[in-house]
Design a protein around this ligand. Sequence first.
Ligand code: ADP
Ligand code: MG
Length: 693
Amino acid sequence: MRPSFLYPLFAPIETLTGIGPRFASLIKSLCGNKVIDLLWHLPSNFIDRRCNVPLSHAVNGQIWTGKVHIIEHIAPKSRKQPYRIVVEDHSSQLILIFFKTFGDSITKQYPVGSERIISGKIEIFNNAIQMSHPDYCVDATYPEKMPLIETVYPLTAGISNKMLNKLEQQAMERFPLLDEWQDENLLQQQKFADFRTSLWKVHHPQKADDLLPTSVYRRRLAYDELLANQLSLALVRNRLKKQTGRVIKGTGILRKKVLEIIPFSLTNAQQRVIREIDNDMNSPYRMSRLLQGDVGSGKTIVALLTMLNAIECKAQAAIMAPTEILAKQHYDTLSDLCAKIGVRTALLTSNIKGRQRQNILNELQAGNIDILIGTHALFTDDVTFKDLAYVIIDEQHRFGVKQRLSLSAKGHLCDILVMTATPIPRTLVLTQFGDMEYSQIDELPVGRKPVTTTVMPLSKIHDVIEALKRKIQDGTQAYWVCPLVEESEKIDLSAATERFESLQKIFGSDVGLIHGKMKEKEKNAIMESFCNGSIKLLVSTTVIEVGVNVPAATIMIVEHAERFGLAQLHQLRGRIKRGFEASSCILMYGYPLSQIARERLQTMKQTENGFLIAEQDLKLRGGGEILGTRQSGFSNFRMADLSTQSDLLLTAHKDALLFLQKDPDFQSKRGQALKTLLYLFEQDDAIRTYHAG
Ligand code: ADP
Ligand code: MG
């Protein structure tokens, strides 16, 4: 249970004063539902009202603040004219201008003959100094009513910066004094202030540097968040390790048969990874392992060979793919091989319905299916296994810790392997998969030819089409990937459709179109035709991104490649890396071409190494794209920024492990304080996990 002194922070934002229902819903979509979410909403800038020069020195376009004497009000003669007030300091006059204002409130605010401190943007017009709608006007005897430095927050329509500042202020006042959870040495070494002070400072920037991730206050908050993340992952991991799982020790009989059938021998990396998985399965705790291997590195065979461990123990295994097409492809590959060695497989997707589905469910429960292959449909409630021992999740790096935990609840202490072709930088392995063991296939089967990548402007599209004509006549197949238009699938689609139609005029029935809005059935039919070669050129949106395997397709053209992220380009290019023939990737760019886009294209041209690409991506964009966290909202850090603060992550990682070694039960004073930290960053799950273990 969350400690009661944190309740005020986790109360709904409606509990703050001055929030009506309409305003509340705006704030919720901007920051979040809880009071503390306001505190995680970081400033983007600040307005400096400290400028203290005579009016005669005021600068056009800048904020001026100072004491003035109210001289006279000039009411408008017609509705079109503004209301004006003449004021002055000892050096000059200033005209205040108001549009659409009623005289009443204004005469009260600016009584003639009084002194006021005002602040606002100066406009100099034909030598006349003006200010329209001052930001502040306070009685000169109460100057403290105006903040000299005003924090500026990212806003949304309907919320003013002043309102948000007031709310932030209230939220800040609710922040209790907390015991320090960081190590004394670290505080000194990093020059960190305490948490509350740091939070306050972050919300009250005094100079431009205070807004940067390098500011010592921002770094402190980031470090706290990273430490909470690392602690909670380490807790989950420790718990899995303590849990007595089952020992799955295969006889090797089926594995031997498969190795005799397949026309290749395993790479060293595949062998090593299989040993790592075997060891986990053999041992009496639950496996939770991430397997990373670039496209074409041969993860499927690793999946099969390790699933056979479970089958040899008379248990069952399941493999889950993100899309129907991929599930089907796995099924085709695996069912062939399995049939030859007497292992029973079945495919289950949401399109398989009625009696057919019921049959599969019955057989599954009876234990007559050894390996179930499918999509998310595998884990709906009515699917029960006789004895599920091993689950493989393919291309699902977007799966979060919580989802992994709930998934494994399905089986009887089953082992979990998550496979991904996405190269994941070390920092992200630590923050997103820190609860798992990690294996990597860092070697491709021999004989793979490199992909030649060319970068050219879209203006050369006709040359590309000419070259493509010749290639297709020679029997080559190609992908044509259409531009991604942010936030609008509809526009994506119309771009792809347009391109498809124009290419159809040239290539006739050799061209096919596939996109995300198609029904699963239509997609499958198109993929089928592309696989069997009746379609030679496949125009698509990014639906082909993951896993599809067509060995004869060795050319890829990406239109408006500058709009794609690095990780995505790498995934796309992976599609043509499967063949043993030389293949080529043409990245066509349009304008405007940003510096980042230029660097991305350069990187793609220079290397095929997924890890270099991932590190570069992290540097350029901060990593959210790699894991798709921007879409899924999973574990987006609120304070930490891995592209600039990854040094803190490594420290936090070590710190968390060391602490848990010394004080696994959070008994010490620091332990107690660290628990508060976990609650503060809403790692309640980890604490529950800990208590459950
Ligand atoms: P991915 O890791 O991208 O899922 P796959 O498992 O689909 O890769 O393997 C890609 C292709 O490489 C398949 O046709 C597979 O049969 C083949 N393959 C796998 N391992 C080897 C190997 N050791 N030597 C040669 N070919 C291999
Ligand atoms: Mg694969």
